[in-house]
Ligand binder design. Structure first.
Ligand code: FE2
Length: 495
């Protein structure tokens, strides 16, 4: 079966914005493809059960001002694997802003780089953008949750049909500063930890939602000023919050300007808070000045809380460079080669208050992922993306063995670009890497897209199967894996 429904894009064909062209060209059609209409090359493993979901900033309307690739409307792409079969769906996240712009037939909100062009109040930490919910996607308590990086209402979607179910009616009103991207789920307890970072005091809030979807903890976290964090980490007993020296100049903010500053004179600070702790219980650890987008994982090791992620020791604030061309400057910022981004380990000693740091690797990688089953606990493997130099495009995957050392890699090939990988452990898996690594690939040579299924323990061997999508899809980043036995809820635990 193949069903499709088209919406009208108003992005002008003569746009010169590279983030709306080529691999970034937005899609206008929502598909449902099941059965023999979905072409599969190879054989889908019978022990692959669950849903791989990826979010995408898929812009519908011609933008107001300079379009940044983090501005576009949210669109989810999902492949549901079960019994050796696959189904593909893609749907827009129908947020309040998306529906308002659909009704108006044009953009109503500006983007990240020119928020001062706003004419009506928006969402997010800046309060001037559309609630695009196109950054991150996670699954909790039987629903997908799509978020924008700056924080917005937690938009819920059905994990199988991708139907937008609206913002959480209970949680939404209780967290007026929203949920920022990169909430984390402890799959053993079913709890979801999240944060937000408003421009007003206390500048951060931290919360816990239990396995039944109830907000059971929500506390202010006092930061020295408005910050621009992007991730948090969890362990069995703690959450690690980020206070990084990337922020909007306070004097400018008072005058309504958003002048991003990376202050190399300030250390990075990491706040280790008990899962149900409050501001007074945060233990702050200082570390090398840096910015961090994404963590692989955190865990406890004796007296230490260990945090692994991709450090940017030489962060270049956007837009970067001397070029007159704004798009070149955006690319320069997004190309992690310019920020020398690489895998790094921090160890926070809860007894001594000291931080120890360890460089794990030199190669530029980002968007690291580990298996959901190991989030917050000792783990062995991180799966990261490789970057095409000079671009905001993922050229391959690299696996790190963080216990025994060594790496493995798989490159997508010229003109082929992937997304954040996710680890789908095989049904009945015993080993951490008994299962599969999944990524969507946009192939500019073949003008098609596919979902790649690689063996997690042998990525270099290439895909065991490829699910060919009905058309080429825009490249995107963040993704999640919904295990087959978690689709209906946090059913692994008694709730
Ligand atoms: Fe992110």
């Amino acid at each position: 079966m193949l069903q499709s429904s088209k919406i009208k894009l108003t992005v002008r064909e003569d746009t010169d914005n590279p983030f709306l062209l080529g691999p970034f060209q937005p899609n206008d059609t929502e598909y449902t493809v099941t059965g023999p209409d979905l072409k599969v090359i190879g054989e889908i493993p019978k022990d692959l059960h669950g849903i791989y979901v990826r979010n995408t900033h898929n812009q519908v309307h011609h933008p107001i001002g300079v379009y940044h690739p983090f501005d576009g409307d949210g669109m989810l792409h999902a492949v549901h694997f079960h019994d050796g079969k696959a189904e593909y769906r893609n749907r827009f996240v129908q947020t309040t802003g998306f529906l308002a712009e659909q009704a108006a037939g044009k953009s109503l909100w500006p983007g990240l780089l020119q928020p001062h062009l706003y004419t009506r109040r928006g969402w997010g930490a800046i309060g001037a953008m559309k609630d695009n919910a196109g950054t991150d996607v996670k699954h909790h308590n039987g629903k997908l949750i799509a978020t924008m990086s700056q924080g917005s209402e937690p938009w819920r979607l059905d994990p199988i049909t991708l139907e937008t179910l609206g913002p959480d009616p209970v949680l939404g009103p209780r967290v007026p500063d929203g949920i920022a991207s990169h909430n984390k789920v402890d799959s053993l307890t079913g709890e979801m930890m999240f944060f937000n970072y408003p421009e007003h005091h206390p500048f951060m809030n931290y919360g816990v939602v239990n396995a039944k979807g109830e907000l059971v903890h929500y506390v202010p976290i006092e930061l020295p000023g408005a910050r621009w964090p992007h991730d948090l980490g969890i362990t069995q007993n703690y959450t690690v919050l980020h206070d990084l020296p990337l922020y909007f100049d306070a004097a400018g903010l008072k005058q309504g300007r958003h002048d991003l500053v990376f202050n190399r004179d300030l250390p990075a600070r990491f706040g280790v808070i008990p899962r149900f702790g409050d501001n007074a219980q945060v233990r702050w650890f200082e570390a090398t000045t840096c910015f961090i987008l994404h963590l692989t994982n955190c865990f406890e090791d004796g007296d230490e809380v260990v945090m692994d992620g991709c450090i940017m020791p030489d962060f270049k604030k956007p837009p970067v460079g001397e070029s007159d061309d704004i798009y070149t400057r955006i690319k320069n910022n997004l190309d992690k080669h310019n920020n020398k981004t690489h895998m790094h380990r921090w160890r926070f000693n809860m007894r001594t208050g000291q931080t120890r740091e360890e460089r794990i690797d030199d190669e530029v990688t980002e968007f690291p992922a580990c298996s959901n089953d190991y989030v917050g606990r000792p783990y062995r493997y991180s799966y990261n993306v490789l970057y095409k130099k000079g671009e905001w495009l993922f050229s391959g995957l690299k696996r790190f063995d963080l216990v025994k050392g060594g790496t493995a890699r798989y490159e997508f090939g010229d003109g082929r670009y992937g997304s954040e990988p996710q680890v789908a452990r095989a049904v009945g898996a015993k080993a951490e890497d008994d299962g599969y690594v999944l990524s969507f690939v946009t192939d500019m040579n073949a003008n098609q897209s596919e979902c790649l299924i690689l063996r997690a323990d042998d990525m270099a061997a290439g895909p065991v199967a490829r699910v060919i999508l009905p058309e080429r899809i825009q490249v995107g980043t963040h993704a999640c894996w919904v295990e087959g036995d978690r689709i209906a809820g946090e059913g692994r635990i008694a709730v």
